[in-house]
Design a protein around this ligand. Structure first.
Ligand code: HEM
Length: 497
């Protein structure tokens, strides 16, 4: 809540709000766009008031760099009703308070779960799932249009669940859709601007009816995770494996849950130990943060290429040159595909999966450009607006032009890994996405495989440039209408066997 202010510096500019709710009702259904429009009027750094809470929103690359390059004062996440009811009251990693426990969890992510070695060990699992999806598409009846959006999201969920718990957990069709709905609902409930969080005293009223939904969803997700963990244990017992052998011992990774169970014995330098109570929230984070973000990005890559047939042809040509037409793409091909990598970067710029990143809380007063960033305020980094920042992207700002990232282009060498603040789809600073290595691999590999393996026909009368790119807002952005396309195999038939 608003702290008593001692600093004489002014707050950043922003729109006037209503007496009690402040600017809360001005956000509309697409807050990232509203905030972007407000920044055109008020400047890149804006201040709003949601009820009794100060909000600071960063809308430009230069301001994001100033705040995130040294983000020691902006490292914790705010408390909210959804964190309490959905995110195990900060016991997960995404919403963990900044401190020794968070550091321990991040260390496990960096050194064990998402290390380059773990990524390599689990590459065959991803290849297997993506191959299965490609064969399914290749076998689709001629003339039949498929819902590619559903297909991508099921494949991403299957690949992720095999990486995380060693097996597919969603079954076909209904069950997989049910899981996706659960993840999407979780994202939506986590990011809904809930009036209870901003106007104290209203909590018991639950005006938007969100608390009931949160509790119900949490129970469902929690039961799902119990089943997954129990099943994992049964499989270990059945196969007579110890945890160490299931995780591949210290050397190899068979699935991430085994790695976590094994890591329980290790105390880190702060004396922190991973316990059973940490494992379920971590699994929830991986399922929730990893599936929808990756599959939405893959869908946008395909949709953008369909809208730009010249770019699609160039991407396929590059893939043919590097991979040929007699086999499917392998993850080891990815570094040899500079044009395709540029397409991915341009997709992240236009369609960042988490448009407002995840909120941070300001722990100390500090100053940016003569303005006070007050302790206790919530910081939102508008990644979506930063991708459209005309200072950072002066050439054809709104055009889809991957060439800008290629040699000779103005943005040659720019990467998404948090060092170049004009392109931060995974966030930046200390709380940058913990699963970035896995997310990048899934997006690049699946999208490249789909583009290489098929030509894509749109329904009759559907003009590529008119493809609906409208979005709905949650924590992640979704295309509102599913992508209906007819896959036409373009490789040597043996490649699909
Ligand atoms: C295209 C894929 C992905 C995108 C675009 C993405 C994006 C993000 C963003 C923007 C943040 C907030 C960073 C910040 O506060 O500065 C984040 C945090 C996080 N992401 Fe991802 N993510 C992706 C995939 C994944 C995957 C595959 C996993 C794990 C399986 C994952 C796990 C996490 C976790 C645990 C955090 C919280 C880190 C912390 O608070 O310390 N993400 N992600």
């Amino acid at each position: 809540l608003r702290a008593h202010r001692t600093s004489k510096l002014p707050l950043p500019p922003g729109p006037k709000g209503s007496p009690i709710v402040g600017n809360l009702l001005q956000l509309g259904p697409k807050p990232h766009q509203t905030l972007y429009n407000l920044s055109k009027a008020h400047g890149p750094l804006i201040h709003l008031r949601f009820g009794f809470v100060d909000m600071i929103v960063v809308n430009s690359a230069a301001t994001a760099a100033k705040i995130l390059r040294n983000d020691a004062n902006v490292c914790s996440r705010p408390t909210s009703t959804s964190v309490k009811h959905i995110a195990y009251n900060h016991q997960d990693l995404i919403f963990a308070h900044y401190g020794a426990r968070w550091r321990m969890l991040r260390k496990i992510c960096a050194l064990q779960l998402f290390s380059p070695k773990a990524m390599e060990d689990l590459a065959p699992v991803r290849a297997d799932e993506v191959g299965r999806f490609v064969r399914e598409l290749a076998a689709a009846e001629e003339e039949k249009f498929v819902n590619l959006s559903d297909g991508i999201s099921a494949c991403a969920a299957d690949a992720l669940s095999r990486v995380v718990v060693g097996r597919r957990v969603f079954g076909d069709g209904e069950e997989s859709r049910g899981f996706k709905e659960m993840v999407v609902e979780m994202m939506n409930l986590s990011t809904a601007f809930n009036i209870n969080d901003f106007v104290p005293g209203l909590g018991w009223l639950d005006l938007q009816g969100l608390v009931g939904k949160m509790k119900k969803l949490h129970r469902k997700f929690d039961e799902f995770l119990d089943r997954v963990i129990e099943d994992h244990q049964v499989r270990l017992t059945d196969t007579g494996k110890t945890t160490a052998s299931a995780s591949g011992g210290r050397g190899r990774h068979n699935d991430l849950l085994s790695v976590l169970i094994e890591a329980k014995e290790d105390a880190n330098s702060d004396g922190m130990v991973l316990t059973d109570a940490d494992i379920k929230p971590l699994l929830q984070n991986m399922f929730a943060a990893g599936t929808d973000t990756s599959s939405n990005t893959i869908e946008f890559v395909i949709a953008e290429l369909l809208r730009h047939p010249d770019l699609l042809a160039r991407a396929q040509q590059e893939l043919d040159n590097v991979v040929g037409r007699r086999r499917l793409v392998a993850e080891t091909d990815l570094p040899n595909l500079p044009f395709f990598q540029a397409v991915i970067k341009e997709t992240f710029r236009h369609h960042p999966a988490a448009p407002l990143s995840l909120p941070r809380i300001i722990s100390q007063d500090f100053e940016i450009d003569g303005y006070l960033i007050p302790k206790g305020a919530t910081l939102l980094v508008n990644i979506w607006a930063i991708g459209r920042d005309p200072m950072a992207w002066p050439d054809e700002t709104l055009a889809f032009r991957p060439d800008r990232f290629l040699p000779g282009g103005r943005h040659e060498g720019i990467d998404v890994k948090g060092n170049d603040f004009e392109l931060i789809p995974f966030g930046g600073g200390r709380r940058i996405c913990a699963g970035m290595n896995l997310g990048m691999r899934m997006v690049q590999f699946m999208a490249a495989t789909l583009v290489h393996s098929f030509d894509w026909k749109l329904p009759e009368g559907q003009l590529p440039e008119k493809l609906d790119m409208d979005l709905s807002f949650g924590l992640t952005l979704h295309r509102t209408t599913p992508l209906m396309v007819r896959p036409v195999p373009r490789l040597d038939p043996k490649a699909y066997l």
